[in-house]
Design a protein around this ligand. Structure first.
Ligand code: GTP
Ligand code: MG
Length: 222
């Protein structure tokens, strides 16, 4: 099973063992099929783009390390399949995620209409503290646009999410989206450090890296 093998890889090898960072943030990219989730991650992690569409099967991930205030933050970025038939597998990964990029396609009304449902999925399956950025992708396709910038911004406001219009193709706001999400998670972390005295007595990395609840297996009710 592909997603299980991937999980073991992260724990085992890569980047000189798993100790080569101060924090690890698990991020998830979600949204309807073909909105550009895989392309977005491909642009961010490998600075590349392809116009071929290979729909994601199940779930996949890439790792990228970023630096913030002299801390190394390892991002484990999970790219989920938008197709409905993989929903049971993908929602099983929501629980350990600290941040979400919820994506729609500005040339596809249906993908925008589905944002509310995706947001409900986040509320149902993830931590209460998970941070969300709404991304209206394919903003390079101005001529085919059917969702205005204002509708995107308004919906984001209503849902309490940050908002960017992005293009994986032309590399617009890709890095910014990830950086903003990382900032939001860091802000949330320092808030809980301020309010939860138990945290300050423990290891500084303990709060959000090690206390992640174990992944719930699909079909398990425990
Ligand atoms: P699933 O894996 O099925 O959930 O789809 P996905 O959201 O991962 O979509 P994917 O990244 O595979 O992209 C779908 C198609 O849109 C591909 O043909 C991409 O080349 C194209 N695409 C992705 N991002 C952009 C973008 O920013 N601009 C343009 N013009 N095309 C894009
Ligand atoms: Mg994909």
């Amino acid at each position: 099973v592909k997603h299980m093998a991937a999980t073991q890889d992260v724990k085992g090898k890569g980047e000189g063992g798993d100790q080569n960072f101060d924090y690890m943030f698990k991020l998830l990219i979600i949204g309807n099929s073909s909105v550009g989730k895989t392309s977005f991650l491909f642009r961010y992690a490998d600075d590349a783009f392809t116009s071929a569409f290979v729909s994601t099967v199940g779930i996949d991930f890439k790792v990228k390390t970023v630096y913030k205030n002299d801390k190394r933050i390892k991002l484990q970025i999970w790219d989920t399949a938008g197709q409905e038939r993989y929903r049971t597998i993908t929602t099983a990964y929501y629980r350990g995620a600290m941040g979400f990029i919820l994506m729609y396609d500005i040339t596809n009304e249906e993908s925008f209409g589905a944002v509310q449902d995706w947001s409900t999925q986040i509320k149902t399956y993830s931590w209460d503290n998970a941070q969300v950025v709404l991304a209206g992708n394919k903003c390079d396709m101005e001529e085919e646009r059917v969702v205005s910038v204002d509708s995107g911004r308004l919906l984001a406001e209503q849902l309490g999410f940050e908002f960017f219009e992005t293009s994986a193709k032309d590399n617009i706001n890709v890095k910014q989206t990830f950086e903003r999400l990382v900032d939001l998670i860091c802000e949330k972390m320092s808030e809980s450090l301020d309010t939860d005295p138990a945290v300050t007595t423990g290891a500084p990395t303990a709060k959000l890296t090690d206390s992640a609840p174990p992944l719930q297996q699909p079909g398990c009710n425990c």
